[in-house]
Design a protein around this ligand. Sequence first.
Ligand SMILES: Cc1ncc(C[n+]2csc(CCOP(=O)(O)OP(=O)(O)O)c2C)c(N)n1
Ligand SMILES: [Mg+2]
Length: 442
Amino acid sequence: MAVCVRQSRNSIINHVKAKMGLLGLTCLSSSMPSLNNDHRTLSAASLAKDLRNQNSVLENKPILYRTRRFDSTKPHQRSGVQSNVANSQFLDFPGGKVAFTSEMRFISESPKERIPCYRVLDDDGQLIEGGINVGKEIAVKMYSDMATLQTMDTIFYDAQRQGRISFYLTTIGEEAINIASAAALTIDDFVVPQYREPGVLLWRGFTLEQFANQCFSNRGDDCRGRQMPIHYGSKKLNYLTVASTIASQLPHAVGVAYSLKMDGKDACAVTYFGDGGSSEGDFHAALNFAAVTEAPVLFICRNNGWAISTPTSDQFRSDGIVVRGEAYGVRSIRVDGNDTLALYSAVRTAREMAICEQRPILIEAMTYRVGHHSTSDDSTKYRPVDEIELWRSARDPITRFRKWIESNGWWSSEAESELRSNVRKQVKLACLNCNKAVETLY
Ligand SMILES: Cc1ncc(C[n+]2csc(CCOP(=O)(O)OP(=O)(O)O)c2C)c(N)n1
Ligand SMILES: [Mg+2]
């Protein structure tokens, strides 16, 4: 792949130079102290601010690739006095200089401390000091969409159990990842999903009727029933059709992002995957490809603890997924996946970095798959019921966020009853239009 990129670089660079002017792209690595290699963690907010400032100052110097490589040695510098001095301290390597050491030290397979998890709301839905805020309108829409997704899941799941649709897969427990990440994007950002992210479509305006048509595989479905249920897609909403061959969407997302980069678009690609997906070869190829091509793509991993019946303890020995980013040269963050505000702010900042800096970002959202893997699974056969119940009740992201909007005076029990009853009616009506017999069952 690296060879391919090098060969194509010269041929595309002239074509792209003109387009990159639109992006206001600049070479930042030499002028940004916050990007030094020894800074292992970066304050996202200050970094995004720095980027905006730098971009406006340097916007007349667009380039395709930033100098984001290690200090490089060029052939003509390898002779002469300077080079000899350097050679005594560094390995003069084509991929960049590497310092010598007389200490024989193996890099540890695991860090002393695990990467912490960014959160803004505590378990009780109260804002942690210094946490970010969002306005009423967006907060109430995020809450309403999470509740709608949960209601839709419950009714569609029952419809499958009653034999009305052939297959279903819920997002229970992962509503915050779905909705908060969607809220942090713009409609121009291309979504390349796994299968547990219908909330992103819901946020973008896919109607309950459209969801029902797809699951009931009827003539109202855009694909006319040629896909399995839950394999949604929408050209209008920039949401690529679900491909449930695990992780195959990840390299596709990098291609989409590279195309956006070439066209100078103020947008990024956003792809979702699970902890199980991170063990596929496509995950590794995609991360490396994205880093080398400096593609504006967000990799959002929903680490929900399980890949069908395989627990994460049997999936990998690393500190989750977040640590893989550094190995590929991809900036990364671990976020509490059941904290709506933390997700919203992390994805928003990541999006800004991805577009302003033209780089991929990896987000590991820690959550739990409360439902069975799909309607073809019974998860009580391989995991403790207490564990499921803990996450279903005490750690439910919707209840946690409701507490926060209630404490702001933006939500009430009356608003809750009205919303739930309306959504239930709408989902039933959508199902009814697909299958008249459903009416009698609710
Ligand atoms: C390439 C491939 N291998 C295996 C499967 C079967 N399969 C479907 S879902 C799944 C587990 C995926 O787990 P994860 O990525 O953690 O996502 P989650 O279901 O937990 O959201 C597997 C192995 C598949 N669909 N595609
Ligand atoms: Mg999983």
